[in-house]
Every structure is written in C-alpha cells, then in structure tokens.
Design a binder for this molecule. Sequence first.
Ligand code: NAD
Ligand code: UD1
Length: 335
Amino acid sequence: MSKVLVTGGTGYIGSHTVVELQASGYEVIIADDLSNSKKEVLQGIEKISGILPTFYEIDICNKPAVEALFDQHQIDAIVHFAASKAVGESVEKPLLYYKNNLISLVNLLEIAHGRNASLVFSSSCTVYGEPDKLPVTERSPIKPAISPYGNTKQIGEEIIRDVVEATQIQAISLRYFNPIGAHDSVAIGEYPQGVPNNLVPYLMQVAAGEREQLSVFGDDYSTPDGTCIRDYIHVVDLAKAHVIAVDRLLQSKNDKPYEVFNLGTGKGYSVLELIKTFEQVTGVKLNYAIVDRRAGDIEKVYADTTFANDVLGWKAGKELDEMLLSSWKWQQSLG
Ligand code: NAD
Ligand code: UD1
C-alpha cells in the first residue's frame, strides 16, 4: 500500500482529499499544525472511510519535525495543501505568508529529494490575474500577483519547476478555481474562521440568519449582469483530481517530470446568477445589496479544462445547483 503524506489534511480541501485517497487504497498520513483547522476533522474522516488517519500536529516550516516524520514512514507522495490562504491578511502581513507558504514548500522539496517522494502542489487560478482571453488554459500568461498570497503560489510553482529540472523529483501543480460544497455525508466541510471572505460561505451564513446581508461587490463590471464571473467547482470533484494526480506520479504515467493542470468546471457564473440559483434550489430568499467593488477583484475568470480532461481523464461532475445545495446542507448541519 503506497503511503501519501497530506500536509494541511485537516483543512477544507485536504480533508476531502484524504477521504478520496483512502477510498482508492492509499495509506494517508496527515501533518497539520491546526492553525486553520480542528483535530475533530479526523473523526469526520473516520466516519466516512472507517479509517482514522495517522496524524502529526506539526508545522511544516519545522524541518526537523518533518524529517522525523519521514524517518518513521516511507512516504511515496506528498500532497501539499498546508498554507495560509487569506488574501487580505497577506496584504497586511506579507512576511507571514512568504515564510509559511514558501519555507514549508522548500522544506518538503529538500526532504523529498533523495527520498524519492513525488509532490502534488495546491496552486490557484489567482496566477492568471485578470486574463486577456477566456477561458484560461495552462499556457495563458501568468500575471503579476495581486497579493502576497497570490505571489506565494506563483513563486511556489517556479520553485517546483526549477527543483524538478535539477533533481529526480516529479511534481504536479493543480490550479484550483473556486472550490465550494462539502462531502455528501456532511461529516466534513469548510469551517470558515471569523467573518468569511469568500462568497459562498458568506452567502450561507446570511441565508442561515447568522449574518444580516450579503454585499455584492460591484455591478458595473463588463459582464452581462455587471457582477463578477467565477468558475465554482465542487470540493469532492477537486479532491478526486488529487487521487488521479498521485496515481499518475506513482505509476509514472507522466511524460514530463513537472505538469500543471487547471481544475475547474469550465463554466463561469456571475455573483447574481449564483444568488438566483441558490434561491431557486433552496427556496430561501437571500437578503443582499449591491455595494462598491472590492479592491483587487478579477472581473471574470473561468477554466479551459481540456488538458485535465484529456490527460488526467478527469472531469468535474457537479453542476452549480448541486454544489449550492451541498453547501447549504453543510451549513444546516452546523446547526
Ligand atoms: P485550509 O486553511 O482549510 O487548509 C489548510 C490547512 O493547512 C489548515 O488545516 C491549516 O491548519 C494547515 N496549515 C497551514 N499552515 C501550516 C503549516 N505551516 N504547517 C502545517 N499545517 C499548516 O485551506 P483550503 O481551502 O483547504 O486550501 C488548501 C490549499 O489550497 C492551500 O494551499 C490554499 O492556498 C489552496 N487553494 C485554496 C483555494 C480555496 O479557495 N479554498 C483556492 C486555490 C488554492
Ligand atoms: C478568492 C481569492 C483568490 C483565490 C480564489 C480561488 C480573495 C480576495 N481571493 O477569490 O486568491 O485564488 O478565491 O479560490 O479571497 N463576492 C461578493 N460578496 C462577498 C464575497 C465575494 O460579492 O461577500 C464576490 C467577489 O467580488 C467575487 C466573487 O464573489 O466576484 C467570488 O469571490 P470569492 O469567493 O472571494 O473568490 P475570488 O474572488 O475568486
């Protein structure tokens, strides 16, 4: 049984990926410092898969601690989710982001080198900035980063590319579009800390009566209804792509030692379309108001998923209505 180290495995996307890796027969070891997640997530994972993953509460920036983990386990692949991800906070505390997101990556690459472990890296569509042409393919230009957070993803990809070139390490970077939803069992999902920054968690809290009103950031963009367009993808669809990426690395199905894939549905929806769809599928009327634009927002971005579809044989299955019902079911389970 191949062993996979999932860093950030008690987090939102990480926990869903752990479940899918376990279902595919991988032995999963989680390393997470619980800076943005809770240990109880492990029980949620066990509830779904029947397997309590081995867990290390460690900071990936602490290299001796990560080395000790590798001394105890023969790790075949690393899926590296652990990172700080709040865009606004990254603008206020850039060094925290450069330290946490880049030192952790460098540590893992140094340790993987010589131990024959492959790497899957969590990247983001943020690397495309405001695209000149839509949909974006993996060959679309990388734009200057809008935030230190976004920059850590660009630099992270560059570090991996250079290290793969110089070593035997094989790696895949996955550029996520906008993950939403939760596992159908509602045993795991996203736990936003404090006031949510992202649209869907905020919307769910308004719909649940926990917050007064959703602010729609701008309706004067050059889109059909004036609001921004994104490519929302269900977190379980996203998680499944990681299993295929790990399979691909371990079975050496890749022609190139470093590959990059977009993970989206290929369909773009505006903020108002998303709100309307939510209201239609749940019957819940949402209190929202149009306010000023949010600084740094991208007008429209959605993926060309042809490369992932053709090469990985992966396709996102869930439509927007199912995704929003999934998020709503999760929100309601929180009580
Ligand atoms: P998350 O915050 O839920 O999960 C990240 C996990 O990493 C958390 O459990 C946190 O405690 C842990 N962590 C952070 N720093 C660590 C460290 N130094 N050592 C050990 N553990 C650490 O976030 P998520 O939404 O699941 O995102 C996972 C990854 O995907 C991140 O790299 C993020 O940047 C990337 N990503 C997320 C989105 C999104 O919209 N959620 C989009 C694109 C990319
Ligand atoms: C976020 C991240 C980005 C990451 C991307 C993919 C921020 C600022 N950016 O951006 O780095 O790559 O996810 O996961 O967090 N909106 C509202 N009201 C709200 C919240 C959002 O109208 O209360 C709008 C936004 O203006 C945007 C859309 O909803 O048009 C989606 O916003 P959000 O969920 O924050 O995602 P991204 O902007 O794509």
